[in-house]
Design a protein around this ligand. Structure first.
Ligand code: AMP
Length: 487
C-alpha cells in the first residue's frame, strides 16, 4: 500500500490492508493489517452488532511495522464455540475518516464463505441509495417543503419506517456505527476520534461515605441524577452541593463506557463546560460527581421563561446564554472534539444565568421525541443535524456549528422543538433539501444572520465557531435595537 510507505508523521486516513478468516493458533485469531495516522481506533461488530471485548475476545496488536504506521494484529478468541461463528466486521477510524470490512468466520470447522464489504462497495451502495433517496426527497419536497400542504401525501416514503430503512441501509454502507448498540454511539465515536483525550490516572475518586444523597433531579439514559452533599471534595469547603449521576445497570460494557467517559470529562475543563469532580466506584451504583447547576437543563429553563407565564428573558439574556455556549464550543473545537449532540437539553443553567455545556451523550430518555430511531436502537437528534450528518453520519466541528445555529434558534423561541410542526421524516426531508428554520419573532436580524451562517449547506462555508463567538460577544456589548412589532 502507498500508505505504508508514508512516514508516521504524515496524516493517513485509516485503511484495512488485510482481514482474513479465523485461524486456529494457541487461541483463535482473526488476522488483520491496518494503516492510519493518527493510529486508528479499532473496533469490531459481530453480525452487525458492536462487539464488546473482554477476556475471551479482544484485539491484540502483534506487530508495528518499522518506520511505518501499519499495524498487524488479531482479534483473539479464546475457546470459541459455534455461537462465535458469523460475520466479523473490522472498523478502523481516526480523525481523517474510517474504513470497514466484513469477513465470515467459522471458528470450529473449515472456513466456507467470505463476504467482503469494502469501503468501495460501501460507497457505491451509499451513492446508489443516496440517488434513490434524493429522488424521493425531491418528490417529497414538492409535497411538504414547497407547498406545505396538509394533504400532501408522500408517494415514495409514506411511512417513517421506510425512511428509517433507507437511512439504515445507507448507514450500513456509510457508517461504521450503523448497527452499533445503544444510545452511547455518539459518545463512543467521540472516543474513537479523540483517543488523545483519555487519562485514566487523572480521574479523581470520591469515597462513598463522603456522598450524602438529598433528592432526585432528573433521569437520563444512563440513570438517575441526584442532588447530593459531598464532603472533603475541595480543600476550602468541608461539604458542598453536587449533582451525582448514578449508573443504572452495571454491565461490563457499561462499566467500560463509564470509565471512558470519566477519563474524558476529567480532561475537558473550561468555564463553560460543566465541572466534573470525579467518580465513586466502590460497589454499586457507579457514580459520577458534577458541579450542581441549580436551574437544571437549559431547555426546561427556556420553556419556563417564555412569554408567559413569567416575565420573558430579555434579548440581552438570550445573547448572554448563546455567547457562553459558543465559548464552550470554541474550547471543544480547539481540542478537535466533536460534540455531536449540541442542544439546549444538553446545557445546564447555574446561578446568575451561568450556562455550561453539561452533557456528552447521555440524556436521551426524557427528551426521547427529540431523537429519531434509525433501524433498531440507534437514536439520532436529527432536528439538530446538518444534511451531511443525516445522509452520511458525518459528524465534524462543522456539523457542531450547524447544531449551534439550531441552539440559537431554540434560545430565541424559548425552547421550542426545531421543526415542531413536522414529523421526523418530514423534518429530515426539509433539512436535506435546504429549507431553513424560520426567524423567531423575538430574534433580531443580526442574530438570525448568525443562525444562517451556521446553516450553510457546505460545511466549509459555515462560519467558524470562534468568529460566531466574537459576533455574539459584540452583540452582547451593543444589543441591536429591536421592536417586536407583532408581539
Ligand atoms: P442527564 O442524565 O445528564 O440527561 O440529566 C438528566 C437531568 O438531570 C437533566 O435534564 C437536568 O435536569 C438534571 N441534571 C443533570 N446534571 C445536572 C447538574 N449538574 N446540575 C443540576 N441538574 C442536573
Amino acid at each position: 500500500s502507498s500508505n505504508a510507505l508514508q512516514t508516521p508523521s504524515l496524516p493517513v486516513p485509516p485503511v484495512i490492508l488485510l482481514l482474513d478468516t479465523a485461524i486456529p493458533r494457541h487461541s483463535w485469531c482473526i488476522p488483520f493489517s491496518v494503516d492510519g495516522n493518527p493510529v486508528p481506533d479499532i473496533h469490531w461488530l459481530f453480525n452487525g452488532t458492536a462487539l464488546v471485548e473482554g477476556p475471551y475476545i479482544h484485539t491484540l496488536i502483534m506487530e508495528y511495522e518499522h518506520n511505518s504506521t501499519v499495524l498487524h494484529g488479531c482479534l483473539q478468541l479464546n475457546r470459541p464455540t459455534h455461537v462465535n461463528n458469523g460475520n466479523y466486521t473490522l472498523v478502523v477510524e481516526n480523525a481523517l475518516g474510517w474504513a470497514s470490512r466484513t469477513r465470515n468466520s467459522s471458528l470450529e470447522g473449515p472456513v466456507e464463505t467470505t463476504d467482503e464489504h469494502t469501503f468501495g462497495v460501501s460507497v457505491a451502495v451509499a451513492l446508489a441509495v443516496f440517488a434513490c433517496l434524493s429522488l424521493s426527497v425531491m418528490l417529497i419536497l414538492l409535497n411538504k417543503c414547497g407547498r406545505r400542504s396538509k394533504f400532501g401525501i408522500n408517494p415514495v416514503l409514506a411511512q417513517e419506517d421506510d425512511l428509517a430503512m433507507s437511512l439504515h441501509f445507507m448507514n450500513l454502507g456509510s457508517s461504521p456505527l450503523s448497527s452499533a448498540e445503544s444510545k452511547l454511539e455518539g459518545l463512543k465515536s467521540n472516543f474513537i476520534e479523540n483517543p488523545q483525550y483519555f487519562c485514566n490516572a487523572c480521574v479523581h475518586h470520591v469515597q462513598r461515605r463522603d456522598i450524602v444523597l438529598k433528592w432526585e433531579l432528573g433521569e437520563g439514559a444512563f440513570g438517575k441524577v441526584f442532588l447530593a452533599e459531598c464532603y472533603n471534595l475541595l480543600p476550602e469547603q468541608e461539604k458542598m452541593l453536587v449533582a451525582v449521576k448514578a449508573l443504572k445497570e452495571v454491565t461490563e460494557s457499561a462499566r467500560l463506557d463509564f470509565q471512558r467517559e470519566a477519563e474524558l470529562l476529567t480532561v475537558l475543563q473550561h468555564e463553560h463546560i460543566v465541572k466534573f469532580y470525579g467518580v465513586c466506584t466502590e460497589g454499586e451504583p457507579l457514580i459520577m460527581v458534577f458541579e450542581y447547576m441549580k436551574h437544571g437543563d437549559l431547555n426546561r429553563f427556556l420553556r419556563s421563561h417564555g412569554p408567559d407565564p413569567r416575565g420573558p428573558l430579555a434579548l440581552g439574556h438570550m445573547l448572554h446564554i448563546a455567547t457562553q455556549i459558543a465559548s464552550g464550543m470554541v474550547y471543544l473545537a480547539s481540542l478537535h472534539f466533536v460534540h455531536r449532540d449540541l442542544a439546549t437539553r444538553n446545557c445546564l443553567v447555574g446561578h446568575d444565568l451561568v450556562v455550561k455545556i453539561g452533557d456528552f451523550g447521555m440524556s436521551r430518555d426524557i427528551y426521547s421525541t427529540d431523537y429519531y430511531r434509525v433501524g433498531g436502537r440507534t437514536m439520532l437528534p436529527i432536528r439538530w443535524m446538518p444534511p451531511e450528518s443525516i445522509l452520511y453520519r458525518k459528524f465534524t466541528t462543522e456539523s457542531d456549528i450547524w447544531s449551534f445555529g439550531v441552539v440559537l434558534w431554540e434560545i430565541f423561541t424559548y425552547g421550542k422543538q426545531p421543526w415542531y410542526q413536522l414529523s421526523n421524516t418530514e423534518a429530515i426531508e426539509c433539512i436535506t433539501q435546504g429549507r431553513e428554520l424560520e426567524r423567531p419573532r423575538t430574534c433580531p436580524s443580526e442574530v438570525y444572520a448568525i443562525m444562517q451562517s451556521c446553516w450553510q449547506r457546505e460545511p466549509q462555508q459555515r462560519q467558524p465557531i470562534k468568529e460566531i463567538h466574537s459576533r455574539l460577544q459584540a452583540l452582547v456589548k451593543t444589543p441591536p435595537v429591536y421592536l417586536d412589532i407583532l408581539g
